[in-house]
Design a protein around this ligand. Structure first.
Ligand SMILES: [Zn+2]
Length: 166
């Protein structure tokens, strides 16, 4: 039989989410979404778990944007909008996962709480991988549910210049 936990359990769980979109000079993008969950205990019985999630989304920037035609800018904006929707879902997955953890993190033994946190982080990673799986969005390469394929419509590009006369 599992021993009953008689001590009062303190859970100070604050979930702070700041979804920040920062434009990157390098053409890299993605979302950072792993909440850090330090678990502290003074007596090995009651514990405090602090959940802080800070999510950063980095989207690509096109250095030629200002000089592009309106049609090209609109094509670029449409692509970035699809990418933002995709990356925002990664943030939402992390947020939902953290909220679930907050709800389950009470009245546990310290070691069980630590295990819950580890399990939650694994579940979060699994959910992220599932969203990016080839059966679903394939990292934005597929249309999936309300998530459109992330692609750039290049039909707005001006025709190539005529070949130079010799
Ligand atoms: Zn993805």
């Amino acid at each position: 039989m599992r021993p009953r936990v008689l001590t009062a359990i303190t859970v100070a769980a604050t979930l702070w989410v700041a979804a920040t979109i920062s434009m990157s000079a390098q053409n890299r993008w993605g979302a950072n979404y792993f909440p850090n969950v330090p678990l502290t205990t003074q007596d090995g019985k009651s514990y405090t778990a602090e959940i802080h999630g800070e999510f950063f989304m980095t989207l690509p920037e096109w250095s030629g944007y200002a000089k592009a035609t309106l049609a090209q800018q609109q094509a670029w904006d449409a692509m970035v909008g699809k990418l933002r929707k995709h990356e925002n879902e990664h943030v939402q997955i992390a947020y939902r996962n953290a909220q679930k953890l907050v709800k389950t993190l009470t009245n546990l033994k310290v070691e069980d709480a630590a295990q819950k946190i580890a399990d939650s982080q694994q579940a979060g990673q699994d959910a992220q991988d599932d969203f990016d799986s080839s059966a679903k969005t394939d990292h934005g390469r597929n249309d999936f549910n309300t998530f459109p394929k992330v692609e750039l419509d290049t039909s707005a590009d001006p025709p190539p210049p005529p070949p130079k006369k010799p």
